[in-house]
Design a protein. Structure first.
Length: 152
């Protein structure tokens, strides 16, 4: 099985666990004399089975990411950390650029006037550069995911 396939199955398992959680909560109590829409014991058994599968996928994916080199200098695990950091910083710079844009909605000269404390164009360029770096690295990671066999 390829790493990319395992990632898809992991995402499906995560969704399934969340669905089971919601179904369990809906079936947790009923009015006296009524029956729940679904048997909570069966849902719990399914939750245990799906969460065990999820745990195995996560362990195997983590093992594979740690032992797979994206290039000669960086493991797949390290690349994921770099990608996450790029996305985090890009979002911060993007929001900073948006927050620093000054629009004057003053109706009289006695109202407060705002000025930007940062170079909005430079901040936006930095956000755009980080977004490009993120896209490039993500493409390399996706390629590696489809050519890498999942480890046991």
């Amino acid at each position: 099985m390829k790493l990319a396939e395992a990632l898809i199955l992991r995402a499906d398992s995560n969704r399934r666990v969340e669905q089971l959680r919601q179904r369990l909560l809906r079936s947790a109590k009923v009015q006296e004399g009524n029956q729940p829409a679904e048997n909570p014991q069966e849902l719990i058994a399914e939750l245990e089975r799906v969460s065990a599968q999820l745990e195995q996928f996560v362990q195997r994916i983590n093992r594979t990411n740690s032992n797979t080199m994206l290039d000669e200098a960086m493991s797949l695990s390290d690349a994921l950390a770099v990608r996450d950091n790029l996305k985090l910083k890009q979002g911060i710079y993007q929001h900073l650029a948006q927050a620093a844009v000054v629009t004057q909605d003053r109706y009289s000269k006695s109202e407060v006037k705002f000025t930007s404390t940062v170079d909005v164009a430079a901040i936006q360029r930095r956000a755009d550069d980080l977004a490009r770096q993120h896209r490039d690295l993500d493409a390399k990671i996706q390629e590696a995911n489809w050519r890498t066999e999942l480890l046991d």
